[in-house]
Unconditional design. Structure first.
Length: 423
C-alpha cells in the first residue's frame, strides 16, 4: 500500500512562516516531507517515480536561465563554465528527480547511519523536492542546476559544483557523461550516498521492467556506469562506501577540530559578498516578498557587509563536533538580513557553501541571550539548535518548538540532545 505524506504550512505569523520557508540550516538538502512518496510493499520501490516529474514551463526555464546568467564571472570555473558566451542560447533538458533512501521513520539512510541499519529493515525511496536539471548550450550539455520546492513554489537552488563540492572530487564533467550514457532515455531518477553531495551517486533506470541502480562513477576503477545493482544488492554496496566516507569524514573533523574560530579577512569577504548579493538580486525589487522574509526594502541589499561568523556543530559518535563550517550573518546598516555559509577545505582554502536562512538572523538579534551564542548545532529530523554558554554551562536552545510554536523556548543539555537522537 502506498502512503502519501504531505507537509503543509499552517497559518502563522510572518516570522514563523519565514523559518519554515527558509530552512534554518539552509545548506543541508535533507528531504522535507512535502510531496514525499513512501512505499511499504517493496524495498527501494520506484513504481510511481515519474509522478515527481518537474514540468519545464517557460516560467521555470526563464527563472533558471536568468539566475544562471547572474553568476559572477570569476566563479564560472566552480561550475565548469568556461566563458560568458556559453551562457547564450540556453534551454533546459529533462529534469532528474532526486531521491534519498529512508527507513520507516523517514530518516535518510546515508554515510552517517547506514552501518546501524537492522538486517532486513524496510527501506523506501523518498522524493526530496529537488531536481537536477541539465542546462543545454544549443544541443550540448553545459551544467546541472538544482531546482527545488520552497513554500510550494519552484525555486532555483544554484548550479552544481565540480571538484571538491561533488561526492567524488575527480568527476568534473558529470553532465557530459550522463548525456552520453547509453541508457539515458531509461532514466527515472537519482540518489546519493553522502549527505550534502550532488545527488548523483547512483542513477535509477527502468530496464526490462526492473528497477536498476547504476553507479555513476567508480573511484577505484575510474569507470562510469560500469556497475548495475538490484534493490537486494544495493545496501551492502552502500555500507561499504559509507565506511570509506566515514573514514574520510573523521579525518576531516580531526583536521578542523582546533580551527573553529574564523577571522573574516578581506579575501574571505571578497569571496562571500558577491555570492550573497547574487543570491538576492532577482527579488530585490519585490518589496512584498522582501517584507515577508523580514527585509524592509531592496535598498538594504545594495550595501552588504559580513557579521561575526558562528561555527556549526554536529553530534558525531555522541560527541559535540565542529564540522569545519560557519554561518556568517550578512548585514546592512548593522541589521542582519540572512546567512551565508563558508567551509574550510582540507587544502586550507575557504569555499562558499550557499546562502539562505532569512528571518533567523533577525530572530536571533532579538533573542535575550544572543550575546552568549557560540555556535549552531544541526540535528537530523529536528530543527536546529542555538549553542549558547549560559552560567558556565553549554546549553542548546531549539530554534522553533512545534508543540508550543515558540522561538528559542526549550533548553537542553548535550546529554538531552544525545538521548533525543537515539529515539
Amino acid at each position: 500500500m502506498k502512503k502519501n505524506v504531505i507537509f503543509l504550512l499552517s497559518a502563522s505569523p510572518h516570522h514563523l512562516i519565514l523559518l519554515f520557508s527558509f530552512l534554518l540550516f539552509p545548506f543541508s538538502f535533507l528531504p522535507s516531507p512535502l510531496n514525499a512518496q513512501v512505499y511499504e510493499s517493496r524495498i527501494l520501490d520506484s513504481v510511481s517515480i515519474q509522478k515527481n516529474e518537474l514540468k519545464v514551463t517557460p516560467e521555470v526555464e526563464k527563472m533558471v536561465i536568468t539566475k544562471l546568467k547572474e553568476i559572477p564571472e570569476n566563479y564560472y570555473s566552480d561550475y565548469g563554465i568556461k566563458n560568458k558566451e556559453q551562457l547564450e542560447n540556453l534551454h533546459l533538458g529533462k529534469p532528474i528527480p532526486w531521491y534519498q533512501i529512508v527507513n520507516e521513520k523517514l530518516v535518510p539512510v546515508n554515510a552517517s547511519n547506514v552501518s546501524h541499519l537492522v538486517e532486513g529493515e524496510p527501506l523506501s525511496l523518498i522524493f526530496t523536492d529537488r531536481w537536477n536539471v541539465p542546462v543545454m548550450n544549443d544541443d550540448e550539455p553545459l551544467v546541472f542546476v538544482f531546482v527545488g520546492i520552497t513554500d510550494r513554489e519552484y525555486t532555483f537552488l544554484g548550479p552544481g559544483y565540480i571538484g571538491t563540492r561533488n561526492s567524488h572530487p575527480k568527476v568534473e564533467n558529470m553532465i557530459e557523461h550522463i548525456y552520453n550514457y547509453e541508457h539515458k532515455d531509461l532514466l527515472m531518477g537519482s540518489f546519493e550516498v553522502a549527505p550534502l553531495g550532488n545527488g548523483l551517486d547512483f542513477l535509477i533506470i527502468k530496464k526490462e521492467d526492473k528497477d536498476v541502480f547504476v553507479e555513476v562513477y567508480n573511484e577505484a576503477t575510474g569507470e562510469y556506469f560500469k556497475n548495475e545493482y538490484g534493490s537486494n544488492e544495493i545496501m551492502k554496496l552502500l555500507k561499504d562506501r559509507a565506511a570509506k566516507i566515514n573514514e574520510a569524514r573523521n579525518r576531516y573533523y580531526a583536521y578542523v577540530a582546533d580551527k573553529s574560530e574564523l577571522v573574516i579577512t578581506p579575501e574571505i569577504a571578497e569571496m562571500l559578498l558577491p555570492y550573497a548579493q547574487s543570491y538576492w538580486s532577482s527579488i530585490r525589487d519585490n518589496e512584498e516578498y522582501l517584507s515577508q522574509v523580514g527585509i524592509k526594502n531592496g535598498a538594504l541589499l545594495e550595501h552588504l557587509h559580513l557579521g561575526k561568523p558562528v561555527p556549526a556543530y554536529r553530534i558525531i559518535d555522541e560527541n559535540l563536533t565542529f564540522i569545519g563550517r560557519w554561518k556568517v550573518p550578512v548585514m546592512s546598516n548593522g541589521e542582519p538580513l540572512f546567512f551565508t555559509e563558508v567551509k574550510l577545505e582540507v587544502d586550507g582554502q575557504y569555499r562558499w557553501m550557499g546562502s539562505g536562512g532569512a528571518g533567523l538572523p533577525q530572530a536571533i538579534q532579538n533573542y535575550e541571550y544572543k550575546d552568549m551564542l557560540i555556535g549552531f548545532l544541526g540535528a537530523p529530523r529536528e530543527w536546529d539548535y542555538l549553542f549558547i554558554r549560559k552560567n558556565g554551562k553549554d546549553i542548546f536552545v531549539k530554534t522553533y518548538d512545534w508543540e508550543t510554536r515558540e522561538l528559542f523556548k526549550t533548553e537542553y543539555s548535550l546529554s538531552d540532545i544525545i538521548n533525543l537522537l537515539k529515539k
